[in-house]
Design a protein around this ligand. Structure first.
Ligand SMILES: Cc1ncc(COP(=O)(O)O)c(C=O)c1O
Length: 255
């Protein structure tokens, strides 16, 4: 389910979810903090969503991989603190983001105990084989990684400030400040093809961004950028994006 862009930022409308449910709906997938928007679900809304899933017996799959990457407080609201063992909730998370272990292929799933046997079978088929050195790295991350989590979060917070500053100078760009994760999902007003835009920025400015359309309908004016780079590279990349927009300004629709 996509969030909606509103005047007050990204928001998930539970009425949209209710309207999208069908008699055969079995599960609902939610990612917060969100890739690509940086939206973070408020705790009260989590409680409402959980109640809806309880009532309708819909399995809520919560991807909380950016749980530690938030810019207010220490952790994002988590279904882990709300769900009871018999609730239809599965929480998926991992080491990729908070400990910068992307590609190490290690994470975890927390599911109701009645699912244990099914998970054991799935695990046997799909994801056994976390190598020993990666398991040791994960143990080290849990035992001694808090400083790293905090340092990375500070770096991302600094990156977010650079995004806001540089993109804020471009009148064609509308930005909702991300509350979590390390992505921004700016709108380029008047853009008609997010793919052509991303290709153009890559070809002319050597900067890689993700076109909005890949994140679902209604995102053609958007692009996603990642601000987990060094601050120097990030600033340079953002300035090139703005330069590209200024150079092509007459090609956008007037709004
Ligand atoms: C929302 C979300 N979930 C999961 C992942 C993947 O994490 P992993 O590297 O553990 O496969 C990503 C990575 O980009 C992500 O954005």
């Amino acid at each position: 389910m996509n969030q909606r862009r509103t005047d007050v930022g990204w928001r998930l409308d539970l009425a949209d979810i209710r309207a999208a449910l069908r008699p055969r709906t079995r599960s609902l997938f939610l990612n917060s903090p969100c890739n690509p928007t940086g939206w973070v679900i408020p705790a009260e809304q989590q409680a409402e969503l959980l109640e809806l899933c309880r009532q309708q017996n819909i399995l809520l799959i919560a991807d909380e991989v950016y749980h530690r990457s938030v810019y207010e407080g220490d952790v994002a609201p988590s279904f882990m603190t709300l769900a009871r063992d018999d609730d239809p909730v599965i929480v998926v998370s991992g080491f990729s983001k908070a400990w910068a272990m992307t590609g190490w292929r290690i994470g975890w799933v927390v599911a109701p105990s009645r699912h244990a046997e099914t998970w054991a079978i799935l695990s046997e088929c799909f994801n056994t084989g976390a190598t020993v050195f990666v398991q040791q790295a994960a143990i080290t991350a849990l035992e001694r990684g808090e400083e790293t989590v905090a340092r990375l979060r500070d770096q991302y917070a600094g990156g977010r400030a650079i995004v806001t500053e540089v993109l804020g100078r471009c009148p064609r760009i509308e930005l909702t400040e991300p509350q979590g994760a390390f992505y921004a999902f700016p709108r380029v007003r008047g853009l008609t093809s997010s793919l052509a835009f991303a290709e153009g920025v890559l070809a002319e400015e050597d900067v890689g961004i993700a076109p909005g359309y890949t994140f679902g309908p209604g995102n053609e004016e958007h692009f996603r950028l990642c601000f987990a780079h060094s601050h120097e590279a990030l600033r340079e990349g953002l300035e090139r994006i703005v330069r590209y927009i200024e150079r092509h300004d007459n090609e956008f629709d007037s709004v």
